[in-house]
Design a protein around this ligand. Structure first.
Ligand code: ZN
Length: 171
């Protein structure tokens, strides 16, 4: 596994792969998640999925509370959406598509299941920005990006935008 994590950008095939379930929750995974969290806070992201740092496995982290200055890291391993309802819209961005923001429709309420770092399963109800961020990160694990959820016209405009703005420092 890589020493230093870097965010991979749109165009990297790993973002389009369906991530594989985590087989074992161990100290190594804990280390990986700590590094991911440092990176996420560093770039002030609300969430970060494993495949965004080149690991094709089903886990992600998020922190919605950091916006209010009270960081609280949330870890979701092998997450599942048990039920979803309602509709909401939010202007989303993505660390793998820096600089681009667009409104995306999402479910308003979610009921989810996931595992924590101790390997314990938990269920949780999510609403508001929590629910939105969860769906964005969950999509990553399915190989889906938020731009896929835009209208065909907006997707065309996005392609032009990306040609001009995609990071040239991507290695
Ligand atoms: Zn994203």
């Amino acid at each position: 596994m890589k020493e230093e994590f870097k965010i991979v950008y749109l165009g990297d095939p790993i973002l389009r792969e369906k991530a594989q379930p985590v087989q074992e929750i161990n100290g190594k995974l804990k280390e990986v998640i700590e590094k991911m969290a440092m990176l996420m806070y560093d770039v002030r992201g609300l969430g970060l999925a494993a495949n965004q740092v080149g690991i094709s496995q089903r886990f992600f982290i998020m922190d919605i509370a950091q916006k209010e200055g009270t960081p609280k890291l949330e870890i979701y391993i092998n997450p599942e959406i048990l039920s979803a309802e309602g509709e909401t819209e939010y202007e989303e961005g993505c660390l793998s598509i820096p600089g681009y923001y667009a409104k995306v429709k999402r479910y308003k309420h979610l009921y989810i299941k996931a595992y924590d770092l101790e390997g314990k399963a938990f269920e949780r109800e999510l609403t508001g920005l929590h629910a939105i961020a969860f769906q964005h990160e969950y999509d990553h694990l399915e190989g889906i990006l938020f731009i896929d959820r835009l209208s065909p016209l907006k997707q065309e405009l996005f392609k032009k935008w990306w040609k001009k703005h995609k990071p040239s420092f991507n290695k």
